[in-house]
Design a protein around this ligand. Structure first.
Ligand code: FMN
Length: 466
C-alpha cells in the first residue's frame, strides 16, 4: 500500500514539475489591435526605442511589462538572479508608451513565444498570479527579450476599468473614477514656526499624499506669538471664540476623501484659523484625522472643538513631535488604504511648485496634466531659470529651455495664471489674454495687485523650484 502511495506521489510530483515548466507556444504578434488609455490611443516601444505590438494568445491580449509600467506610471525593476519583475519598485519608465492620434498598424504575424511559467511578477511585494476573463490562470509570455503580461489582469491590479471594443478591435483601459477617489488622501496643515510643517511633510512622504498649506491672509510675526503677553494677536484670537482669521489661499480638496489636518496647539486648542478652514465646508462629508504639535499639551482639547463640527467624519488624532520615526509609525498604524497606483500618481502630481521673482516667492498650485508632471520631474533635478520678457501689458514670457507635452486649448487667462506657450515657453500673467495655451497652474499666495507690483513693468528672471 505504502509503495502504491509513494508511486502516486511521484507521478503527481513529476506531473506538477512538468506543469510548472515553460514551453514554446505559437502566438499572434497583433499589429491590428489598438489600445486606448483614458480615451487616447497608445503606441508602445521597447527599451531601445523600437515599436512593439500587443500579443494575442488563447484569446488573451498581452502587453510588454515595460509599456504597462510606463502607461500606468508605475515603477519597475527586473531582478535577473531571481527571475523576478517588481512592479511599483525601481525606476520609473516614461518612454515605453506614448499617446498618439492615429496608431499606425501593420500585418499580423504568427510567432513563437515562451509561455513563461518560471518568472515571478511582484506587485506591492506580493507574487501575482493572473487570470483571464473566465478565471483561467494565464502566464507571462517572453518574446524578443521582453516579458508580456495579460492586459486585463494587470489593469484589474491597478484598479482600472477594461473594455473590449470588438467592432473597432480596441482594448480600452480607463480610470475608474470612483475607485480613484476612494484612495485619495491629502495633508492640510497650518504652521507658523515650522514644527507642524515638518510633521506634515513626513506624513506626505510616507503616504505619497498631496499636501496643502493654510496660509493666513495676515502673516503671524514673532510679536503676534508672545503668549506671555495676553494682548498679543494669537492669544487674543484664542481668547475670542468667534475670531476667524482669514485665509489667503484657495485650497481645493474636492477630489480627496481622507484628509490629515495638522496645526499647532495654541492655549490648549486648535488655532482659530483652523475653524475658519472647517467653516468653509470643504471638509464636510470627508474623513479627517487631526494631528498637532505643541510644547507639551495633548490633542484632546482641540479635538473637542473639532468634533463640534458634525458634518465632518472625525477620526481620533495624535500630538506628534518632529521625530520622523514617531510620525511614520503613527501613519503606518492608521492603515490608510492608499493604492500603489494612487501613491504613484500622488508622487508624480506634486501639486505645488515655487517661482522666485524679484526676491519674492510665488506659490504655484499646479494643474494635473502631462506637462506639469514632466515639469515637476525636471525640477527634481534642479531649478529652472527663465529669462522672461515683458509682453503686451499682461504677461512675462520666456523660454524654458526644453519642451513639455502640450494640450493647447483656447483660454482666457486671469492674473496669476501660468501657462505653457508653444510647448516650450512659460507665461506668467498679471492681466488677461485669450490665446491657445496649456494651463500649468496658478499663483495662490498673492492678489492680482500684489503680483502686478512684484512683477513690475520690465523683463524679469523667473526661478522655478520644487
Ligand atoms: C500663542 C501660542 C500658544 C501656545 N499654547 C500652547 C499650549 O497651550 N500648550 C503647548 O503645549 N504648547 C503651546 N504653544 C506651543 C506650540 O504649540 C508649539 O510651539 C508648536 O509646535 C508650534 O507649531 P508650529 O511650529 O507648526 O507653528 C503655544 C504657542 C503659541 C504661539
Amino acid at each position: 500500500m505504502k509503495r502504491i502511495l509513494f508511486a502516486i506521489l511521484m507521478i503527481l510530483a513529476t506531473f506538477s514539475l512538468c506543469f510548472a515548466q515553460s514551453e514554446e507556444v505559437e502566438a499572434l504578434l497583433n499589429k491590428q489591435i489598438k489600445v486606448t488609455y483614458n480615451g487616447e490611443y497608445q503606441e508602445f516601444q521597447n527599451v531601445s526605442g523600437t515599436r512593439v505590438y500587443p500579443l494575442s494568445y488563447e484569446g488573451t491580449t498581452y502587453l510588454p511589462i515595460r509599456s504597462i509600467s510606463s502607461l500606468f506610471k508605475s515603477k519597475i525593476k527586473w531582478d535577473g538572479a531571481s527571475n523576478s519583475v517588481y512592479i511599483g519598485d525601481g525606476e520609473l519608465d516614461t518612454t515605453s508608451s506614448k499617446k498618439v492620434v492615429n496608431p499606425s498598424q501593420g500585418t499580423n504575424e504568427n510567432i513563437k513565444v515562451l509561455l513563461n511559467k518560471d518568472i515571478k511578477i511582484y506587485y506591492n511585494n506580493q507574487v501575482q498570479t493572473f487570470a483571464d476573463a473566465n478565471g483561467k490562470v494565464v502566464y507571462p509570455l517572453s518574446y524578443n527579450g521582453s516579458t508580456y503580461l495579460p492586459v486585463r489582469a494587470v489593469s484589474n491590479l491597478f484598479n482600472l476599468k477594461i473594455d473590449w471594443d470588438g467592432p473597432n478591435n480596441t482594448v480600452k483601459i480607463s480610470k475608474d473614477e470612483q475607485a480613484q477617489i476612494e484612495n485619495k488622501i491629502a495633508v492640510v496643515y497650518f504652521s507658523v514656526t515650522g514644527n507642524t510643517k515638518t510633521v506634515a511633510e513626513y506624513i506626505k512622504e510616507e503616504l505619497g499624499a498631496d499636501i496643502f498649506e493654510i496660509i493666513p491672509k495676515q502673516e503671524y510675526v514673532d510679536a503676534d506669538l508672545q503668549y506671555n503677553d495676553r494682548s498679543t494677536r494669537a492669544t487674543k484670537e484664542q481668547d475670542d471664540k468667534n475670531a476667524r482669521p482669514e485665509i489667503k489661499n484657495d485650497i481645493d480638496i474636492s477630489k480627496y476623501n481622507t484628509i490629515l489636518l495638522g496645526y499647532p496647539i495654541w492655549w490648549g486648542d486648535c488655532p482659530r484659523i483652523i475653524q475658519t478652514f472647517i467653516e468653509t465646508g470643504k471638509l464636510n462629508g470627508k474623513t479627517v484625522i487631526p494631528f498637532c504639535t505643541s510644547g507639551s499639551s495633548g490633542i484632546s482639547g482641540s479635538e473637542s472643538t473639532l468634533k463640534s463640527y458634525k458634518d465632518v467624519n472625525w477620526i481620533s488624532g495624535k500630538r506628534l513631535t518632529t521625530s520622523k520615526n514617531e510620525v511614520t509609525n503613527w501613519v503606518k498604524g492608521l492603515n490608510l488604504s492608499i493604492s500603489n497606483e494612487a501613491k504613484e500618481n500622488n508622487n508624480l502630481s506634486v501639486n505645488t511648485i515655487k517661482i522666485e521673482v524679484n526676491n519674492k516667492e510665488l506659490l504655484v498650485e499646479l494643474e494635473n496634466n502631462e506637462a506639469t508632471k514632466e515639469l515637476v520631474q525636471k525640477l527634481s533635478t534642479g531649478n529652472v531659470v527663465v529669462n522672461a520678457k515683458e509682453y503686451g501689458g499682461f504677461e512675462k514670457v520666456g523660454p524654458l529651455g526644453f519642451s513639455l507635452t502640450s494640450d493647447d486649448k483656447n483660454i482666457s487667462t486671469k492674473a496669476g495664471d501660468i501657462v505653457l506657450y508653444q510647448g516650450n515657453q512659460i507665461s506668467l500673467f498679471y492681466n488677461s489674454n485669450s490665446w491657445s495655451y496649456t494651463k500649468l497652474g496658478k499663483v495662490t499666495n498673492m492678489s492680482s495687485e500684489e503680483l502686478k507690483n512684484t512683477l513690475g513693468s520690465s523683463d524679469v528672471t523667473l526661478t522655478l523650484k520644487k
